[in-house]
Design a binder for this molecule. Sequence first.
Ligand code: NI
Length: 254
Amino acid sequence: MIVDTHVHLNNDVLYEDLTHYLEKARGQNVEKMIVVGFTPQTNDIAAKIAEEHAGVFATAGLHPSHAPDFREEDFERLQEQLKHPFVRALGECGLDFYRGKDDKNEQLKLFERQVKLAKETDLPIVVHMRDASEATYEILAKYAPIKGVMHCYSGSAEMAEKFLALGLHISLGGPVTFKNAKAPKEVARKVPLDRLLVETDAPFLAPHPYRGKQNDSSYLPLIVEAIASLRGMSYEELAQATSENASKLFRLKE
Ligand code: NI
């Protein structure tokens, strides 16, 4: 059994053929999935999918890519969405200075509000970080210790150590299978086993040999296999450890 800790079954391309993708995932022993929300509407869809399918859980959050579009009422709605029994984390939220260079201030404000809310609600946080390691660290450090995950982590191994020290988990996805991905491979070797998670981030970031194509949770074993081989562990051992970590962090047995 493996757990896909970050999948967007609430994204149109997967949602329109939901049953197919759920079956495809289960065919590869991906028995539990966390559907990650990123806008008010996709948060609701994530919770709905979780209500209707065993082994599926949800998160709710406001993604930095849409930071300038969100209104105060969206934040209020988020507070309500977090009370849903199948919502097990706040996110994804964070900072993306790769795509959003002109809205840094809105991103910073929106992210810090969500970090605060995660602390208040005692929910783990799902952090999206792209080209923004220092700024992300600064905000999270203000609220440490903090539980949650650096999702599809793309920063350096040195920064990973700093996020781990705040109490966070590190999750790796498709890029760890790419030949030229030095940093994720180094991170895969170094993260302590009890802080490591795996994810697809589908429909994005398909692993090798599907790079550039549409991703889905059935490709998760390729990621697990790549990490296991980098760490010199068996597939089974890594699958079990990362599933247990996911179960604990997101309360998947409740
Ligand atoms: Ni995502």
